[in-house]
Design a protein around this ligand. Sequence first.
Ligand code: AMP
Length: 280
Amino acid sequence: MVILKKAKTLITLLNHHIKEGKKIGFVPTMGALHQGHISLIISSSLNNDITVCSIFVNPSQFNNPEDYKHYPQQIDKDISLLEPTNCDILFIPSIEEMYPPGYCKKIYELGDLEKKFEGLYRPGHFQGVCQVVDQLLAIIRPAALYLGQKDYQQFLVIQKLLKLTGRSKSISLAMVPTKREEDGLAMSSRNMRLHPGHRAIAAEIWRQLEYLKNHVKDGPFPQLIAKARLRLEEVGFQVDYVDIVRVGDLQQALDVSTPLVGLIAATIGGIRLIDNRFLN
Ligand code: AMP
């Protein structure tokens, strides 16, 4: 695995591969890697000639400075985890590399998608995500981009970004299923910050998504949502949202006539967790 810090060097190396007609798969991450990230690397390496992974804790997507300050960083561990995989290139840019002096902040017309759920609770978050992903795509020029279902709203935002920037013509977007711990908790870099007592109950989020899935046909949705929220609160979560919405646009839904996704965001011991599940 080649490790690069400079965009210029990466561009030169990839020019060479692109000229040779090699297909590049790209996996953007913020590091503190786990098996969820590795499953994206595996998907990319099975379908492309070259797999590029980036690790960049992007300050512009953190609305909460404390969250940014405490975001886990463990680059040596990450490299050890990536070495035995088929990741060919690891890109670890500095903040100055991604946001050089004079960097002009773009605004992306994400519409309704950035006004709800994560967009509502983390103002500016998706603009920050788009800023960094747009730049990474310009540098890496992948044929395929691999994202996790774990961040389903982010997947939809990036899908929109590709359309807005005309990149959807050259980049295929793949959604990789969420990797979970044995008790169902979605793997996340944030999990390592959970107090053991909180870790033991964190899988309640998954159990409530299961509950929504098992009862979605019976409805009514408001009752199911209220029950799931109450259960999460009972075990100690502060709940931002529990909802049942349409797959694809996250619009409100009243019945099972369209594909639905259950969304949950909740905090325990100061650690905010999100998860989702397709329901029908
Ligand atoms: P992050 O490093 O958390 O920004 O995540 C980088 C990529 O990995 C995103 O596309 C996430 O959706 C994906 N990802 C994070 N956790 C998981 C997981 N448990 N299973 C699959 N993909 C994941």
